[in-house]
Design a protein around this ligand. Structure first.
Ligand code: SF4
Length: 289
């Protein structure tokens, strides 16, 4: 398989075939994100993509899920996406689920019929980076869309019968807006109704604008206790009928993984223990993206 530059995937795709179709992300402007800074957005040559699908068809027969990388495969024109999904179905027919990152912008650019066609061709799960439901924070981090656009994208993903996994980031609003961010994020997640929520904790990367603001003293990272209180506010205010909730990414100080609403009380108790200092937390040394 041909992989160019750093290739990332959600933790839940650890055992998937990773098919790199595009390079980078077409937005590539979020102030906290350093993933694709040195990788301009491009679609890989079709011959390379086909060669990788052929490779998967020969050598990946034990993997039943496939993840489309990099950050923005849904930016492809409709006809190319159909061709891609049809080729996967034809050459790697044992793949039960194809998934991809998505943005509210590239969902908005597709019609309902197009989204339904992707679902019928196997694209079953989308990962959307909400980061925050707090509009001033979304503006500050240059996400390029507001919370209403995220909610609309979630509505249309559900309409196409695809599963939705949404990620949000503790600490992204800085110290002053910490609780406003947590509360707004829970409220927006309640409107989005995702099947999966993944919580990460901000790690300041040296190649990002946010790091420079931090160095200049214009962005103040919330303390560890404030980050735990953000997590607590989110968990407390989430009101979803059925959702897998994970804060077990290695950037987090406290690892949580379970179902909401079933595990809410246990989550809150563990967060309270962490705030009280009676539960060991992941050290800075152990944290990673
Ligand atoms: S956070 Fe997502 S949308 Fe923003 S620049 Fe990074 S990959 Fe692109």
């Amino acid at each position: 398989m041909d992989y160019q530059g750093m290739v990332i995937r959600p933790p839940s795709e650890a055992f998937s075939i990773i098919l790199q179709v595009t390079l980078g992300c077409s937005h590539n402007a979020c102030t906290f994100c350093g993933t694709y800074r040195e990788k301009p957005f491009a679609v890989k040559p079709w011959a390379q993509i086909e060669a990788d699908i052929d490779f998967a068809g020969k050598y990946c027969q034990r993997q039943h899920t496939l993840f489309l990388a990099d950050g923005d495969v849904l930016a492809l024109p409709h006809a190319d996406l159909v061709r891609l999904l049809e080729s996967i179905r034809l050459n790697v027919p044992w793949v039960r689920r194809v998934s991809s990152y998505a943005s509210s912008r590239n969902i908005a650019a597709k019609t309902d019929e197009e989204l339904c066609q992707y679902r019928e061709l196997g694209l079953q799960r989308l990962y959307l980076g909400l980061e925050s439901g707090h509009n001033p924070t979304l503006k500050a981090i240059a996400k390029g869309v507001d919370a209403a656009a995220m909610v609309e994208a979630a509505r249309r993903i559900a309409l196409a019968d695809m599963a939705l996994s949404v990620s949000c980031v503790l600490g992204i609003a800085g110290k002053e807006q910490s609780q406003a961010h947590a509360l707004a994020t829970a409220e927006v997640l309640n409107r989005m109704q995702p099947q999966y929520i993944g919580v990460l904790t901000l790690m300041l990367l040296e190649n990002t604008p946010l790091y420079r603001l931090y160095k200049d003293g214009r962005f103040i990272l919330p303390s560890q206790t404030k980050l735990l209180l953000e997590l607590r506010t989110m968990v407390e205010h989430l009101d979803l009928p059925r959702c897998l909730f994970s804060a077990n990414h290695s950037s987090n100080y406290l690892s949580l993984n379970g179902r909401l609403p079933k595990d809410r009380d246990e989550f809150l108790a563990r967060i309270d223990e962490a705030i009280a200092g009676t539960t060991p937390l992941r050290s800075e040394y152990q944290r990673a993206l």
